[in-house]
Structure formats: structure tokens, C-alpha cells
Design a protein around this ligand. Structure first.
Ligand code: FES
Length: 161
């Protein structure tokens, strides 16, 4: 082999080594960088959270009380404020059921109708009993209930991601 041929072989060999090393460096540096960039988009950032509504002593037995609430939620890179009204109901002043005001038909907001003693949905004339059962209209199931606890006399609900 000529000196020129040996030089060409050495160059190819060194180019190959440099390519392998550059690839390894790119992988070592690049993977964590890619993970850092995409992790907010795939991470669930809204963990379950207990939210305090108010004192259980403020409830009148048999009459739902509406507690407005809001919380910041983060979904990937998008931040938003979730708002709602939770209706708390007690019969004995100790055990409390808390209903969502989101209609189970198409998610319009129900409100307490004190005259008719139930929850009315304005969108398609649905009507729910005081304990959330469907009495009229198209909703397929009762009003959703929050998981609830009472701590230091305060009603708390569990909000999930
Ligand atoms: S959304 Fe409530 S009845 Fe349709």
C-alpha cells in the first residue's frame, strides 16, 4: 500500500472514532436536555388536594349550602383556574355530603332552587333531588359527590387532578 493509501485509511479510522465519540457526547448531553424540555408536558402536576370550604356549623340541616371555590391547575405548560361551587348538605350537623354543581348530562352548572327544593340545570331542564338523584331530564346519573372530611370543624373536599 502506498503512503497515500495508509494516510487515507488512518483518516477514515480517525473520522469513525470522532463520529462515535461525538455521538456518545450528544447522547449523554442530549437525553437529559430533552427530558428537561418535555417533562412538564408529560408530568401530572395536579396532585390530589384537600380544599377547605367552610365551617360545618354554618350548615342548616337539610338545606344545601353552596361554597364557591377556585384553584390553579397546571396541565403541562398550560395554567388555568378551575372554579366551581360545591354544595354541602348535612342532616345531623356531623355527617356532610358535598355535591358538585356540574350537571352529569353535558356539564352545565346546576344551582339550588329553594322553591322547588332541588338542583335545577338550566340547559335541558334537568332536576335533581336534594341528595343529587335525577328526578327529571336527560342526565344519566346523580350529581357527583366529592370525597369529604371534617377537620377542626371545617368541611374539606378532595379535588383530583
Ligand atoms: S347539561 Fe344539564 S340537563 Fe343538559
Amino acid at each position: 500500500m502506498s503512503a497515500y493509501g495508509e494516510d487515507l485509511g488512518r483518516r477514515k479510522f480517525l473520522s469513525g472514532i470522532i463520529g462515535v465519540v461525538a455521538g456518545a457526547v450528544a447522547t449523554i448531553v442530549g437525553l437529559p436536555a430533552i427530558g428537561y424540555l418535555i417533562s412538564p408536558g408529560v408530568k401530572r402536576q395536579n396532585q390530589e388536594k384537600w380544599l377547605t370550604l367552610g365551617p360545618v356549623a354554618s350548615l342548616a340541616p337539610g338545606v344545601p349550602s353552596g361554597f364557591p371555590y377556585s384553584r390553579k391547575i397546571k396541565d403541562g405548560w398550560v395554567e388555568a383556574t378551575q372554579t366551581g361551587v360545591a354544595y354541602a348538605l348535612t342532616a345531623d350537623g356531623q355527617n356532610v355530603n358535598v355535591f358538585s354543581n356540574v350537571c352529569t348530562h353535558l356539564s352545565c352548572r346546576v344551582s339550588w332552587d329553594d322553591t322547588r327544593k332541588g338542583f335545577a340545570c338550566p340547559c335541558h331542564d334537568a332536576f335533581f333531588s336534594v341528595d343529587g338523584k335525577v328526578l327529571a331530564g336527560p342526565p344519566p346519573r346523580p350529581l357527583d359527590q366529592f370525597q369529604t372530611k371534617i377537620e377542626n370543624g371545617q368541611i374539606q373536599i378532595l379535588l383530583e387532578a
